[in-house]
Design a protein around this ligand. Sequence first.
Ligand SMILES: Nc1ncnc2c1ncn2[C@@H]1O[C@H](COP(=O)(O)OP(=O)(O)O)[C@@H](O)[C@H]1O
Ligand SMILES: CC(=O)OP(=O)(O)O
Ligand SMILES: [Mg+2]
Length: 594
Amino acid sequence: MRVLVFNAGSSSLKFGLFEGDRQIFKGSFDRFREGGCDLSFEGAEGPLEQGRAPHADLAAAIAAVPGVLAERGLDAIDAVGHRLAHGGTEFTGPARIDDAVIARIEALTPLAPLHNPAMLEGLRLASRIWPDLPQVAVFDTSFHLTNPARATTYAVPPAWRDAGLRRFGFHGTSHKYVAQRAAEALGQPLSDLRIISVHLGNGASACAVQYGASIDSSMGMTPLEGLVMGTRSGDIDPGAFGFLQRHLGLGVAAIEAALYSDSGLKALTGSPDMRDVEDRAAQGDAEAQLAINLYAYRVRKYLGSYAAAMGGVDAVVFTGGIGQNSASMRRRICDGLSFMGLMLDDDRNRAPDLSDRAAPQIQAQGSRVAIVVTETAEQLMIAREVRAMLQRPALAPRPVPVAVSGRHVHLSEASVQALFGPNYRLTEGAPLRQPGNWVAEERVTLEGPKGRLERVAILGPLRPRTQIEVSRTDSFALGIDAPVRNSGQLEGTPKVRLIGPAGTIETDGLIVAARHIHTNPAEAEAMGLSDGEMVEIEVQGADGRGLVFSHTLVRVVPGTVTEMHIDTDEANAAGISGHVDGAVVPHVQAVPRA
Ligand SMILES: Nc1ncnc2c1ncn2[C@@H]1O[C@H](COP(=O)(O)OP(=O)(O)O)[C@@H](O)[C@H]1O
Ligand SMILES: CC(=O)OP(=O)(O)O
Ligand SMILES: [Mg+2]
């Protein structure tokens, strides 16, 4: 399947033609001005072509693409993919374009005024040029819809929140790709890593990718919040609005326009382009030096804050024009972070080889945190998503039995001895559906600063580490903020007191278990699922309280029985009592495992 992908930006149009993951042609038009723009074309084998094109704006550039492809005999295409910046809460994955989808995207356009208009224009033009081809939109925001409420909520009046004021985050396609790429480079599953992805292009954002899911990012409701960018301010005190209105008589529209287009590097130095800023700084220009310092400082603060948010960090990955090309900016950002185990190697940092999508590591010997540099591949990711959406086999839906887990603990040998006495062995009670698992006849008590939970079940067999799984409601009863985690991912989890008949222990390992599906290779294949992928599961409960559970992790292990595990809060919300089967929602896109 040949997929043409458009990434229309505020100031440039990039496109790529893909056959599978192979990019057989790519091009870009940028620096639009009166009388024309710059162009760059490159075929898989053909030479790089650079020069000027007569197109004065994006629409003219898009309209020229069919001719560019036809001249090279590449006009046979099967589908068109488009990058869209803002998809709100509605677009959890790619969307096949029709009039209704266009109307929904249009409604979100005021929230990304630099981006969505050009992208929408590209979409409309492409639909006219190729009316018979499927057109698919892939949204920057979708990847961040896993962010917890504490990351997405602004502390503002309820009426504002009801109107839709919340944080979204952007560059999701890029953060998802580079996080996967970093995991591959480190040879570890993405689902075991806490990664901070730092995308520094014209727009810039940082993202905390915890065990494969975005949990926070520096952009907010719009792509204005966060880091300093080419022409955008990033974080600014909202009190500035009143000040600017009272002292300079500026209206909201004028303030917004300036924050999007006349701020950032451009405001500090006159140029939005980091290459210019670095050149001037090297010549001793004090404004450019301040801009660079400020830019790096802001990124460094986000690294610290995301390390705190995830209870640690295993890798930082740099991408985007600045992140991948500016060794001095990476250096400045990383300086002074050895306190958190992050140390750059100057030689490796100087000129990492990024050819062929390489993702070299540039940390110093002994750095606990890996540092990776790689080129992002938004177009490639969009092509993959389009293909996956259009080619997903129409498999017969299969039921996924839902099992509700009440609060329980898994104990280590040492915890059993401490709670029940030396050489104590738990009494194996009722078997669970997963072969080899059972409920012990003994119970323990959990205690937190706010309260106790008595008679909590113990599940066997014993594990290397003690893990305590409660619901969100339980965590409030205890008075401890338990994070949502996959089983076994216990780094940085809070402590809780366990009380047994022979003793008491304080141990970390308190989590709200992330919902997941256990299955075996044969049934996974029959359902079209793969290990590590996230799916949506629809469950019809009692009293018309059905729910679609988003972001459900698939775990494929030989010998396991197919079963979805949710906790009691989730079950109550969906009206589940007694046996119920869930169904995989077919339209939602898989997140391929790194
Ligand atoms: N060698 C370099 N050193 C410093 N900055 C660079 C270098 N190459 C590109 N950049 C900067 O990268 C930014 C553009 O990033 P890019 O990711 O291409 O933009 P976009 O977000 O539009 O895709 C510009 O500020 C540019 O100056
Ligand atoms: C959302 C965003 O900022 O995108 P870009 O970096 O392409 O401007
Ligand atoms: Mg960009």
